[in-house]
Write a new protein. Structure first.
Length: 153
């Protein structure tokens, strides 16, 4: 399957894999599992969606931020696997939303990533998930996505 063509056909561009912003690896492999470091909504070196959802941004902007995170995650997955064709399936997505106190719509925001993963990878993109609001994220990003994927042997 040409996943990169699907990304392009959906109107998106696969960015370069994000570089670590600290003393950690962008991914770690254990057997057929790859644990991907959290990704932020960064494009061309700049945060695309900053601030708190529910104050500075609405749910739709948070959804868009989660899509940017998903694309960065896919770029990291490609770097880890060498090719997106090696994806067996996404196993787990943890989504963090920089939300106001009591923000209850984190699942609607993280759907931006989940929906995009399924549009691109089909059933291989279906995953278990957590979607939680937090008091803050690095660089005041609106969303952060972290994933675990299984690669083909």
């Amino acid at each position: 399957m040409d996943y990169e063509k699907i990304i392009t056909d959906l109107g998106f561009t696969l960015p370069p894999a994000p570089a670590p912003a600290g003393n950690y690896l962008p991914f770690a492999r254990s057997g057929n599992l790859v644990f991907l470091a959290g990704t932020l909504p960064i494009r061309d070196g700049a945060i695309t969606h900053a601030g708190q959802v529910g104050k500075d941004l609405d749910v739709a902007a948070g959804y868009a931020a989660a899509q940017v995170c998903a694309l960065n995650t896919i770029a990291a997955l490609k770097a880890a696997a060498g090719s997106l064709d090696k994806l067996e399936r996404l196993v787990l997505v943890n989504g963090f939303v920089n939300g106001v106190a009591g923000f209850a719509d984190s699942p609607a925001v993280i759907n931006g990533a989940s929906d995009l993963f399924v549009k691109i990878f089909g059933d291989r993109g279906r995953h278990a998930r957590a979607a939680v609001a937090v008091a803050g994220l690095p660089k005041n990003a609106a969303v952060e996505i972290q994933c675990v994927a299984e690669l083909r042997a």
